[in-house]
Design a protein around this ligand. Sequence first.
Ligand code: SF4
Ligand code: SF3
Length: 564
Amino acid sequence: MEMFCYQCEETVNGKGCSVQGVCGKTAEVSHLQDVLIYLAKGISCFAVKAKELGLRDEEASVFVMESLFSTVTNVNFDSERIISLINKAFKIRSRVKSTFLGAYKEKYKMDFQEPLPDAACWEREGHYEQLLPNAKETGVLSQKDEDIRSLRELIVYGLKGLAAYADHAYVLGFKDESIFDFIEEALTATLDDSLKTEELLSFVIRTGEHSVKAMKLLDSANTSFYGNPEITEVFTGTKKGPGILVSGHDLKDLEEILKQSEGHGVNVYTHGEMLPSLAYPALKKFKQFVGHYGTSWWNQQKEFDSFNGAIVMTTNCLQKPKPSYKDRIFTTGLVAWPGVRHIENREKEGAKDFSPVIEKALSLGGLEEKQGKTLTIGFAHHAVLAMADKVIEAVRQGKIKKFVVMSGCDGRHKEREHFTEAAEKLPKDHVILTSGCAKFRYNMLDLGDIDGIIPRILDAGQCNDSYSWAVVALKLKEVFGAKDINELPISFDIAWYEQKAVCVLLALLYLGFKDIKLGPVLPAFLSPNVLKILVEKFRIEKTDIPEKDTPGSSSQDKTKFTNS
Ligand code: SF4
Ligand code: SF3
């Protein structure tokens, strides 16, 4: 069965996965995800029209958001789960449609007559037999114009990342209706054949605008619930005894695991993107929350194999579980793998039941004591702004010549060694601002500090905490009275893998940053013409490896903020 997906950095030959995903996605799952996104667009089309008549359907908006999130790379690999989402999508689309048609008739005393896009009408309800033979009609390649396809997919992938962040905030009770509205408006725009390059480009930038909103919303949700991250030393070895390893980005899942495992004699560790949770006061207070184990997602098969405890994947990035740990890994939320035990969603006010995870950890005999290096984390905007005077003084005195934002994702490609080498080679007066799992390429390096006060690697947290670097940049702009944010001594070398990084990139473009380096390779979904536009408008460049390009070695001299 053929498929087509080119949404992530590891796509086959930098062109597209057409037989099976490098990520482990089967052709069947790929087709089903295409159908789900198509139906989410159809729901959005009616939701936008219903809102014009003053009618909102929050359940539909949340469903659209979660459908987008479910199709982010390395989230859901389970056909049965996606089919149940598809069947729900048909029901929701039909409900939103009849709400709209009824309200229209009542208002205008006539039936709605305008033509509708295919995604609003496409009907293949049922199981594989009905869905799969027709799924190609809904896929990426159904759009024949490669530039329109490229812009539409750029919007959809940005929306996927944005939806993931908005969903994490929603789980904590934080929502912003303007984000729901934009997601639906933008998905509808990707069905509109009258929209050409300029109009679609404006949706690309507006996706960046709403990405900033979503990251800000999630920042408010996380800090309201768990406090502002504090500068924290993290143990990266293991303690003797039973353990649970929690990976992904969902802090509420982690909080419930910590509450439920208290007093059971089980230690809890973070993996991958969960590392920053050890800096939140309301999470780090748990005595059994002992530290961090391992590195980033793509090392999980090796690292989970040697972690003799229970493992919970709260979001991406999940890889195919090896038989050696398949019976001790659990998924939850939107994450799924066929045959892997899933912790079901919470009912309204209640908590998820993580007792099977705790029982599994206790049954395994536990881990051995192992030493590990200490990591210092917790440099989100609150902590960095608290030491703003010192940072500004260091810039004025020329002790810090440049900040290099090296945020984003990690991945398997060998070219990513560039980020380690680049971090090692940076001049001693350059400070790395990091967030996301990209940091695992250099966060164990001893890069020292500036004046014994400011570490040369400041880790703000998860990929969504890239928001912190926007806050810090805007503060520096204000303090130094810069007219343009690009005058600041900040450069960007963004590592991308999946669609959350697309959301972060679009957020930076919306904020006006230029000369962003993106690597290790440029997205396959950017057609030559669309890439040309992005290069002309935003001066985006591919990260060069490595002698030609040391991050921070921008052609522009940005040293005018020093006193000397
Ligand atoms: Fe391929 Fe990436 Fe799509 Fe997976 S998400 S099928 S690796 S392009
Ligand atoms: Fe990493 Fe998946 Fe993107 Fe949250 S865990 S940054 S790749």
